[in-house]
Write a protein that binds this ligand. Structure first.
Ligand SMILES: [Fe+2]
Length: 357
C-alpha cells in the first residue's frame, strides 16, 4: 500500500511532489500565496492513485513548507460534479543548504527489503538529501511502485529533497512501461539533471545490463536506442553549460547512475563499450567529481586507472550500495569546500571511515 506521505523529487530547477490519493479528489499544493493545481490541459485530475504536481524549487526553498490539499468529489459527471470538502496537510521542507557541506545519503538495490535499506540510510543521519539509486523492486504491477515511494517517503518524510535513478530491475515485469508515471522524469525520460543548492547533478539510466536481444527480456528491450538518445541529451547539457553545471553557485558536480557501467564486465554484461566511453568523455567535459553507482551489491571505490575499470573515467567511481545475507549498505556523500568524501554506512548501524575522493 502506498504511503500517505508525499515525496519531493528534484528534477532540473523544479521539485516534482508525488502523493497518493485514495478516493476521487482534486489536488493542489499551496506554497505561500501560490497555488499549484494537479491539472491536465485545464482539467483537474480526480482519479485515485499516485499523482504529482511540479513546483519551482525557489518557491519551496524560500517558503520552507507546503500544504497538500485534497478536495473530495462525488462521481465525476458531465454537469455539476459534487464537491465534498477539502482536507489539508502541511509539511515542513528543509532545502539543501546554500553553503557549507551537503550530506547526501545514497541507498539502492533494496530488491524489496525496505526495512534493512531504511536502517542503512539511518546510519547516515542527519542528511540533507536522499538518493534512491534503483533496483528497489521489479515492476510486476502498479503496486510494485509503492516500494520506491514508501522508501523515499519513510526516509525523507516529504521534508527533504530526493533524487531518483531507475535500476535495471525496474525494467522487469508487466508494469515496466508504466513506471514513468510513478517516478520523477524530465519530459517522460528517466535521465535528467538536477540542482540542489551548491550541488549540481546528472542522473543517467543505462536501462538493462545485457544486449537487447538477450532471451531474458523476451523481445521487450530497446535500450540501445534509448542510450543513443541519452547521448544526445548529454551533449545538449554541455551545450547549455551556463544554466547547468557552470551555473552561478554550483560548487560540486555528481553523476548518479544505477549500473556500474565503467567497471570491467564479463559477457553478456560487457555491452556498449564505445557508447559508454563517450558518456565518460561527456561527464569529463561536465567536470563531474564522482560517479555514484549501485547494482554490484558490493561497496567499492575505483579511482581513475583502477585495474577493475574498463573505461577511462574522469573521476572516482563509487559503487555504493551493498546487499549481503547479513546486512544492507549505502553511502553517505559529503560535498564540502575541502572536497568530496564517501562513507559506507550499514544497516547494522556501523559507519566505515570516510574516504576523501
Ligand atoms: Fe541492478
Amino acid at each position: 500500500m502506498f504511503s500517505d506521505c508525499p515525496v519531493v523529487y528534484a528534477v532540473g530547477e523544479s521539485y516534482q511532489i508525488f502523493f497518493y490519493v485514495r478516493k476521487d479528489a482534486y489536488a493542489r499544493i499551496q506554497i505561500g500565496d501560490a497555488v499549484f493545481d494537479d491539472a491536465v490541459c485545464g482539467n483537474l485530475r480526480s482519479k485515485p492513485g499516485l499523482r504529482q504536481i511540479t513546483v519551482p524549487q525557489k518557491a519551496l526553498d524560500d517558503a520552507g513548507g507546503y500544504t497538500l490539499a485534497l478536495e473530495r468529489i462525488g462521481p465525476r459527471k458531465c454537469y455539476r460534479t459534487a464537491q465534498k470538502g477539502v482536507a489539508e496537510r502541511t509539511f515542513p521542507f528543509r532545502p539543501v543548504p546554500k553553503s557549507g557541506p551537503v550530506r547526501a545519503v545514497m541507498v539502492g538495490d533494496a530488491h524489496g527489503d525496505l526495512d534493512e535499506t531504511i536502517a542503512a540510510a539511518n546510519a547516515g543521519k542527519p542528511f540533507d538529501c536522499l538518493i534512491v539509486n534503483g533496483d528497489i523492486s521489479e515492476s510486476v504491477d502498479e503496486a510494485s511502485f509503492a516500494l520506491t515511494h514508501n522508501l523515499a517517503a519513510s526516509l525523507s518524510g516529504g521534508a527533504l529533497p530526493v533524487v531518483y535513478a531507475r535500476g535495471n530491475h525496474e525494467n522487469r515485469g508487466a508494469a515496466a512501461e508504466l513506471l514513468p508515471a510513478f517516478v520523477p522524469t524530465r519530459d517522460g525520460q528517466t535521465y535528467y539533471t538536477f540542482r540542489l543548492g551548491p550541488l549540481w547533478g546528472i542522473v543517467l539510466d543505462c536501462g538493462e545490463d545485457k544486449p537487447d536481444d538477450h532471451p531474458e527480456y523476451g523481445g521487450s528491450a530497446r535500450f540501445h536506442a534509448f542510450r543513443r538518445a541519452e547521448t544526445a541529451y548529454l551533449q545538449s547539457v554541455i551545450a547549455h553549460a551556463d544554466t547547468e553545471f557552470d551555473a552561478p553557485g554550483v560548487t560540486h558536480r555528481v553523476c548518479i547512475v544505477h549500473a556500474d557501467f565503467p567497471r570491467v564486465q564479463e559477457p553478456p554484461f560487457d555491452i556498449e563499450h564505445d557508447l559508454y566511453q563517450s558518456w565518460c568523455d561527456l561527464l569529463s567535459a561536465m567536470r563531474i567529481e564522482v560517479i555514484a553507482a549501485a547494482h554490484l551489491h558490493r561497496c567499492q571505490i575505483l579511482p581513475p586507472g583502477d585495474k577493475d575499470l574498463r573505461l577511462t573515467v574522469p573521476c572516482p567511481l563509487v559503487v555504493g550500495t551493498e546487499k549481503t545475507g547479513d546486512y544492507v549498505g549505502g553511502t553517505l556523500f559529503t560535498f564540502a569546500e575541502t572536497g568530496v568524501a564517501a562513507q559506507f554506512i550499514l544497516s547494522t548501524g556501523e559507519a566505515k571511515p570516510p574516504v576523501i575522493l
